[in-house]
Design a binder for this molecule. Structure first.
Ligand code: FAD
Length: 503
């Protein structure tokens, strides 16, 4: 059965030669670096839970290619139930780690490429889809972790790729060879790439004629020649180097350990190229990816919020405020916000529809609504957590103060609250809340899967405003009422030349 164990995942990373810089310095082994280790431990959980019989149904699936049981993170969505199970898997993993577990971008990129390679072939009689299925078989067999790389640096935001002063602001093909292509550029904010096996590189925007060099989608091993990761900073990340509980989420880290990934003239063999110049399919590729990905946030952030709500509820017990009705009501508000986004994610999955290639897409407007709500609800849940936990989140001394005999008695005494709890519980849970409501975590909720404006633009396009105007016209001017009721006589609809519905 092609399901890696957590140890096999870590060993497989050790066998790779990933070129990475952390804190501005080259690292020999990402696995052994304390800044990356919590993120690797988080991904290991995704491998571990796939072996737990109780979770088999959500963590694994049957491959439509081979009929074998595979990890759900390498599966192509075959029906609405697959989409629902994905959301359930994300909530489970969010609950188990309290943070981002990094494999979702790769999964959605895999599905987007599967669907669009089919559509390109239908339109152009190319053979990308068969090539991609071969690659998918390899990913499923080896149970690989994929990072998805879409977001280009983008340079001047008001200019298209072909209008940039620096043509490398979007990843592009700099050389076409008989056996493959050479790509140059960078992708930013790359989640989990530094501890992945493969990177799926997709265009990050729709393209127009003349921009064919940017229409490149391909798979690159994370340790391919010319691939370099430059690890990002996070709020309070130097605490990882100090050790101790001030790190916050000590075991699993904060968000996904994002990095800039540079493609310094990377050769990609033809069998790993899945789009090469087909500008007319780029917008669909971006749109498919983003739509699946936006629904996810109701699952993963739902699981993360479960842990945060739990930590906050425990904090109210530590403080002795838990029986107060207003405190309970704030917890209820946190729960309500969390379940609202989860419900929309399940809803968008349940209403999924079949794409031309046979796989399943979530309901687009509901998926965009999930992500738009996340850009608000995660902040509001964090705000309520700050409110209930108190100001010590911002002012408590570091954990070493509790070990120094010269001052330990004072900090233990004056940070103590409900005597049923050890003071270090207050500190540990406080540090968790601090880190999981930090700038890094909040910005992920804001921008991951696209900025809020991206969802709003999509929602306007998907909302069928003309259809809604027609509904309003029918309700107000309709004449198909049941006979015999004392309904008032109203004016008929004015003539079209007197009033226009068009804006
Ligand atoms: C924690 C985290 C993890 C991520 N993981 C991944 C990943 O694994 N893979 C990946 O590909 N991407 C990833 N992303 C990237 C994410 O998709 C982007 O952050 C998001 O699409 C916004 O792009 P940007 O950050 O470049 O924002 P910018 O383009 O810098 O935009 C900033 C603001 O300006 C607005 N804006 C931009 N252009 C215009 C314009 N022309 N007119 C008016 N307003 C404009 C935007 O709406 C936004 O509000 C991740 C992001 C985060 C924060």
């Amino acid at each position: 059965m092609p399901l890696k164990t957590p140890a096999e995942y870590v060993d497989s990373l050790r066998n790779m030669k990933i070129r990475a810089y952390v804190g501005g310095e080259f690292v020999d082994s990402v696995v052994d670096h304390p800044s990356v280790a919590p993120h690797i431990n988080t991904v290991a959980k995704t491998y571990e839970l796939a072996h737990v019989p109780e979770h088999e149904d959500v963590m694994t699936a049957i491959s439509h290619l081979t009929g074998e049981r595979i990890h759900r993170y390498t599966h192509i969505f075959q029906n609405a139930d697959d989409l629902i199970k994905k959301i359930q898997m994300l909530r489970l993993l969010g609950q188990a780690t309290g943070t981002c577990f990094q494999r979702c971008v790769g999964l959605d990129a895999l599905n987007a490429m599967y669907a669009v390679s089919y559509e390109i072939d239908q339109a152009n009689s190319t053979n990308y889809h068969a090539r991609f299925r071969d690659y998918l078989g390899y990913v499923q067999r080896e149970d690989l972790m994929l990072a998805g790389a879409m977001t280009d640096p983008k340079g001047h935001r008001a200019k298209k790729p072909s209008e940039q002063e620096d043509p490398d602001q979007f990843v592009r093909v700099v050389e076409q060879r008989s056996d493959g292509v050479v790509i140059r550029g960078a992708k930013l904010h790359n989640t989990g790439g530094i501890n992945s096996h493969e990177i799926l590189v997709l265009p990050g925007t729709g393209l127009v004629a003349g921009e064919e060099q940017y229409a490149i989608a391909c798979a690159v091993p994370a340790d391919a020649e010319g691939v370099v990761f430059i690890f990002g900073r996070q709020s309070n990340d130097s605490r990882k180097l100090e050790g101790g509980c001030d790190i916050g989420n000590t075991r699993f880290g904060v968000v996904g350990g994002e990095a800039m990934v540079v493609f310094d003239d990377v050769f990609v063999p033809t069998e790993r190229v899945f789009m090469n110049g087909e500008i007319e399919h780029c917008a669909t590729l971006v749109n498919y990816f983003a739509t699946w990905h936006r629904a996810n946030y109701g699952g993963c952030k739902g699981g993360n919020a479960d842990v945060l709500i739990g930590a906050t509820a425990k904090m109210t017990r530590i403080l002795g405020t838990d029986r107060n009705a207003i405190v309970k009501d704030k917890l209820i508000e946190m729960i309500h916000r969390n379940e609202t986004t989860y419900a929309s994610a399940i809803g968008s999955s349940a209403l999924g529809y079949q794409l031309p290639c046979g796989s399943f897409m979530v309901d687009p407007i509901l998926a965009n609504t999930v992500k738009q709500n996340i850009t608000r609800n995660v902040y509001e849940i964090g705000r309520l957590s700050h409110d209930l936990a108190g100001g010590f989140l911002a002012t408590m001394p570091d954990s070493k103060s509790f070990d120094n005999p010269e001052i330990a008695d004072w900090v233990r005494k004056y940070y103590g609250a409900n005597p049923e709890y050890d003071v270090m519980e207050r500190i540990r849970f406080g540090r968790y809340i601090e880190n999981m409501t930090s700038v890094t975590t909040m910005v992920e909720a804001m921008h991951g899967a696209g900025s809020p404006q991206a969802q709003r633009i999509s929602m306007l396009g998907q909302a069928d405003i003309e259809g809604k105007i027609e509904m309003a016209n029918k309700v107000i001017y309709g004449t198909d009422d049941v006979a015999g009721l004392p309904l008032p006589d109203v004016n008929p609809k004015p003539d079209a030349d007197e009033v226009s519905d068009k804006t």
